[in-house]
Design a protein around this ligand. Structure first.
Ligand code: ADP
Length: 637
């Protein structure tokens, strides 16, 4: 029996991982790396988006950014605000309207002027009040002196007090005329950047506070209760809204109006408050909108708003990864320096530590020859490593600190996967030894960055009525299961003569959990089904992942590295992966020694490595013939 070709972790794959991270230049530590002053120059890997932001800033266009969280969308929006001209900034003042107190007036003045105006009004109010006070005092003193001379002193004092009390009423009236500063850009270094993500209507569009003392002369005047919204604060600047689709439809509609009119009156947002009676003149809100979200967000957003952005702006797609070139590695060095400077409390990184961060960026890219651009998470790693170094009182952060940080800074999903693993090890919900018919250890990914063993059990029975059989599966994975079974049905029919459409195929995912992404379970499902039909046991020390084509080819899947690590952690001895994914494997050293990695390109090879027992070889021979045959079928394009 000839030995199957195996690529062990020690041979090819090893080289990939141990490959030195060549930064391409020498530096002692990141304190020697210059951090650009402008935010736009700090953004890395998103050259296209940077170009669009520059262009949009000079033309005052809106932008819609689509992409994964943590790739720099809000950073770019902030950077855009820095690029906008500061000279155009304005202050916005609210004045009482003497003709209609519920319709306060709005005035726009150059930035910084608003403060002066309010000050001047206050001074004047004070002066007027003082003058009036003086006059009143003189008047009262006059009365008292007069009453003394006409021997009516008591009445004189009483009259004086009454007059003084009445003037009290007048004093605040002066102050009531002072305009309110709704938006101030006094001393701002650059145009405003306002993050309105998740803002409720009042915060977004402005509000008028409720006044519990509406009558009796004690009330706060209407104009003084007006509060500017984010759209007004962003006047001449940038309004950033992430996850735009979560904004209520009414708010999206109002936002659209604001975009079109470039002004929007402020009114009380809660219907039954006294604020709802008040509505100001239109308040300027000439902002650039930068909205963001994943592709789903775009589809769910208000169509009119979407088309407005499309028609008057740009849509950019954020990249998830960049090529692993010396130039890009250099950018990551600068990234580490930036994050250290931004944090301000952690020690700079030495060369070894930066190398370790770059290695992690490679691993997280999950794609051959690429570096991740999910830099928020990578920044998290930098901070945790820095914190560890700081707590040890180390002058620099070193590779050891980064490695320690990697162990600590695990995502919630990874921690969840760990706890599942713990639980299921206790209950032995997956087997790690021996063999079993119709049972396969599949692999899946949770939350994008943690693998999990997903046991699959299959049972095949002749359909009850003798008519069309059914595919019986549970949970979210049903569609995948159906597809997988349909894909293999042709292969199975040729191989075993079993017409699967006359059978009921039961597929059970043992313990299906929230958040499992199961796109890559089809090879495992097919294996389980074939094993169940043929009653050939499956080796339980093997875990597998891969997507299956109709012709029996094993196609590449995502997250192989995480899946391999999960298999190793669960105590599996071998893991079958698609050959096309071989280069994506960047497994941590600790796991590499534990598990043998077997890249395959066809279902026949999967069988070869996973089935056990004497009847295995006949099946494989048949399968090989079938898949070979199918290769002869001309491609239809
Ligand atoms: P998003 O808005 O896409 O969710 P952020 O812009 O808030 O992501 O990114 C969070 C942090 O991650 C930034 O403040 C920055 O430190 C870092 N970061 C993310 N993407 C980049 C990038 N492309 N270049 C430099 N730093 C980045």
């Amino acid at each position: 029996k000839d030995e199957p070709t195996r690529v062990t972790a020690e041979s090819e794959i090893n080289e990939d991982i141990d490959e030195d991270v060549d930064i391409g230049f020498q530096f002692e530590d990141t304190s020697n790396i210059e951090v650009p002053k402008l935010l736009i120059d700090q953004v890395l890997g998103q050259e296209h988006a940077v170009e669009v932001v520059r262009k949009a800033a000079s033309q005052r266009r809106h932008i819609m950014m689509i992409g994964t969280p943590g790739t720099g969308k809000s950073l770019l929006a902030k950077a855009m605000a820095e690029l906008l001209p500061k000279e155009e900034l304005k202050d916005i003042l609210v004045y009482p309207n003497l003709e209609d107190l519920n319709n306060p007036k709005i005035r726009e003045v150059p930035a910084g002027k608003g403060r002066e105006i309010v000050m001047a009004h206050k001074m004047e109010a004070r002066k007027k009040a003082q003058a009036r006070n003086m006059l009143m005092m003189l008047f009262v003193v006059g009365i008292i002196i007069y009453s003394y001379f006409v021997s009516q002193l008591l009445w004189g004092i009483i009259a004086g007090i009454m007059i003084l009390m009445l003037t009290r009423q007048f004093l605040p009236k002066e102050e009531m005329m002072i305009p309110k500063m709704a938006v101030s850009n006094y001393d701002k270094e650059h145009a405003p950047y306002i993050d309105a993500t998740g803002a409720h209507a009042g915060a977004l569009l402005g509000d008028v506070r409720h006044d519990p003392f509406q009558s009796g002369g004690l009330e706060t005047p209407a104009h003084d209760r007006v509060e500017a919204g984010d759209i007004h604060k962003a006047h001449k600047g940038v309004l950033f809204i992430d996850e735009i689709n979560t904004l209520r439809l009414e708010s999206q509609q109002s936002l659209l109006t604001a975009l079109q009119e470039k002004e929007y009156p402020i009114t009380g947002q809660s219907e039954r408050s006294s604020g709802a009676l008040v509505k100001t003149e239109p308040v300027p809100c000439d902002f650039i909108m930068v909205s963001a979200g994943n592709i789903d967000a775009v589809q769910k957003m208000h169509p009119a708003l979407r088309s407005r952005i499309k028609g008057y702006g740009y849509e950019v797609y954020m990249r998830d990864s960049m090529e692993d070139t010396p130039e890009n590695r250099k950018k990551l060095v600068r990234f580490v320096a930036q994050e250290v400077v931004r944090d301000g409390h952690i020690p700079h990184f030495d060369e070894g530590a930066v190398e370790e961060v770059i290695r992690e960026a490679r691993r997280r890219a999950g794609r051959k020859g690429h570096l991740t651009l999910k830099l928020r998470d990578l920044g998290g790693l930098v901070r945790v490593a820095g914190d560890i170094a700081h707590s040890e009182g180390a002058p620099l952060t070193t590779a050891e600190h980064v490695l320690a940080a990697k162990r600590i800074a695990r995502s919630i999903e990874q921690q969840l996967a760990d706890s599942y693993l713990e639980q299921r090890k206790e209950y032995e919900s997956f087997l790690r030894k021996g063999s079993a018919v119709g049972r396969v250890n599949g692999l899946a990914v949770m939350g994008g960055d943690s693998g999990i063993v997903l046991p699959i059990v299959s049972e095949v029975t002749p359909s009850l009525s003798g008519a069309e059989g059914r595919i019986i599966a549970t949970g979210k994975l049903k569609t995948i299961a159906k597809e997988a079974v349909q894909n293999v049905s042709a292969v199975i029919k040729n191989m075993t003569g079993t017409d699967i459409s006359r059978h009921d195929v039961h597929i059970q995912f043992v313990g299906t959990y929230e958040g499992v992404e199961g796109d890559s379970a089809s090879v495992s499902i097919a294996t389980a089904v074939i094993s169940a039909i043929e009653k050939i046991p499956v080796d339980q020390t093997v875990a597998m992942t891969g997507s299956l084509s109709v012709r029996g080819d094993v196609l590449p899947v995502g997250g192989v590295t995480y899946k391999i690590e999960a298999a190793a952690q669960a105590g599996m001895k071998k893991v079958i992966i698609p050959k096309a994914n071989e280069a994506d494997v960047l497994v941590e050293k600790a796991y590499r020694e534990k598990i043998q990695i077997i890249p395959v390109s066809s279902i026949a090879e999967v069988m070869e490595h996973s089935l056990v027992g004497p009847r295995k070889n006949t099946i494989i021979e048949k399968l090989k013939n079938i898949t070979k045959l199918s290769f002869d079928i001309p491609e239809v394009s």
